[in-house]
Design a binder for this molecule. Structure first.
Ligand code: UGA
Length: 441
């Protein structure tokens, strides 16, 4: 099929390479000309495992191309996927400005019957608006609007798109369902479940999935606060809960909380949507409050361990909002860094991929080239992102570099007994600390 993807952010670009891989003729477009120039030269504008290889595969096959102008690619397209950003407005509502603009452009330039698929995370009701806008712009155009939310995770985006748990399509006509089945035919043939619903249900299901995942994380973080006070171990509580298949173990890892450009903004957009629909849902506010508190709890541990932060150097290991990405948007590590800087600490950070983005977002943060350089002379280390590289840290070397052998584990990456054996003072999350013998007695 001849497919156009508007917006080459994480979702859009991964969709481009995945659909080209599945055999479609794909043209990606973006209002950011610099991004398109990079892509035309085979350079991914962000880090995502496997993306560069898939990008070269797509362009070499002749099935994938990138263009700065929508009007160059929409004529002749059978399917146009809207995957532009829906950033939060000041009131927390998702801004749909770019979505609307895309719809107008599609209407203006379409030259044949066209299927418009919304992949951006949008509030329920958006498809109705899109339909009205396209109709107003081009009363003669034969078109359909479907909702096709994406469930990919950054860091595993290619795999999540080519081997998804399910494909969700919300549509209103048999023709639209049929076209979407053709788009994903190779995946459906491989046994990927296809869920077909009306449009509003599909839009809402995406919000529900992200809100529920965020709820699980905040539940684990609230439990962590209770476990710390009750002398219990949150990891074992989560393991016990997770062994019940009705609950499941995934997304019950307590720590610094969730970040990234999806959960925080989707949650506030969902909350605003519920308000607008006349049924406010304070549980959604509470999920976000507990998440903010998770960063505060780690900052409190730093203050407890070091007392005054003026003249103290704190090393943060991991700056990305999660491993395997260079994305620092709403990263808990940067929220922590801001808190520590505001208390007068000198904050040094190391991340395998996200250092440049972190420095651009927070210029007061000093960047180190490796974890040991970050630790050198620091009064404590805070593990913020569980990159695999940190599992293989040379602990005696780390201890030797530190001014005080204190490790605060914001992701429960280390084993408390190993930390004890290496002589660290160790503060995990929701588990009991390992204190020096003197303090323990
Ligand atoms: C999330 C969803 O998982 C995807 O299904 C969805 O498609 C995507 O949002 C989106 O809406 O576009 P993503 O933000 O890439 O994907 O990352 P996740 O793997 O979900 O992690 C989100 C945050 O939760 C990270 O900061 C991670 O460290 C944190 N997290 C995750 C925890 O703190 N504890 C956990 O147990 C799991």
């Amino acid at each position: 099929m001849k497919v156009v993807v508007i917006g080459t952010g994480h979702v859009g670009l991964v969709t481009c390479v995945a659909l080209a891989h599945l055999g479609h003729q794909v043209a990606g477009t973006d209002s950011d000309g610099e991004k398109i120039a990079l892509l035309q030269n085979g350079i991914p504008p962000f880090y995502e495992p496997g993306l560069e290889e898939h990008l070269s595969e797509g362009t070499a096959s002749g099935r994938l191309s990138f263009h700065p102008e929508i009007n160059d690619v929409v004529p002749g397209a059978e399917v146009v996927i809207i995957s532009v950003g829906t950033p939060p407005r000041v009131d927390g509502e998702a801004s749909l400005f770019a979505v609307e603009r895309s719809a107008r452009e599609i209407a203006r330039h379409a030259t044949r019957p066209i299927l418009v698929a919304e992949k951006s995370t949008v509030p329920a009701g958006t498809a109705v608006r899109l339909r009205a806008i396209i109709e107003r712009e081009r009363p003669d155009l034969e078109f359909d609007v479907v909702s096709n939310p994406e469930f990919l995770r950054e860091g595993r985006a290619i795999q999540d798109t080519l081997e998804p748990d399910r494909i969700l399509v919300g549509a209103e006509t048999p023709g639209a369902f049929e076209a979407m089945r053709r788009l994903y035919a190779p995946l459906i043939a491989n046994g990927v479940p296809l869920i077909e619903t009306d449009v509003a249900t599909a839009e809402l299901a995406k919000h529900a999935c992200n809100a529920f995942l965020a709820l699980k994380i905040s539940f684990a973080n609230a439990l962590a606060r209770i476990c710390e006070r009750a002398g219990a171990d949150v990891v074992k509580v989560a393991d016990t809960m997770g062994s019940d298949p009705r609950i499941g173990r995934a997304f019950l890892d307590a720590g610094l909380g969730y970040g990234g450009f999806c959960f925080p903004k989707d949650l506030s957009a969902f909350e605003r949507l519920a308000d607008k629909l006349g049924w406010s849902w304070p549980m959604l506010t509470e999920i976000a409050r507990i998440n903010d508190d998770a960063v505060g709890a780690v900052a409190d541990k730093v203050v407890n361990a070091l007392w005054n932060l003026e003249d103290k150097r704190v090393a943060l290991l991991g700056l990305a909002f999660k491993p395997d990405t260079d994305d620092v948007r709403f990263a808990p590590a940067l929220a922590l860094a801001k808190l520590l800087l505001s208390e007068g600490a000198h904050v040094v950070g190391y991340d395998p991929k996200a250092s440049a983005n972190a420095k651009a977002e927070l210029p007061d943060l000093e960047i180190s080239l490796d974890p040991y350089e970050a630790a050198a002379g620091s009064h404590c280390v805070v593990l913020c992102t569980e990159w695999n590289e940190f599992r293989a840290l040379d602990l005696p070397r780390l201890k030797g570099a530190l001014a005080f052998p204190i490790v605060i584990d914001g992701r429960n990456l280390f084993d408390p007994e190993t930390m004890r054996a290496h002589g660290f003072t160790y503060y995990p999350t929701g588990r009991q600390p390992v204190l020096p013998d003197r303090a323990a007695t």
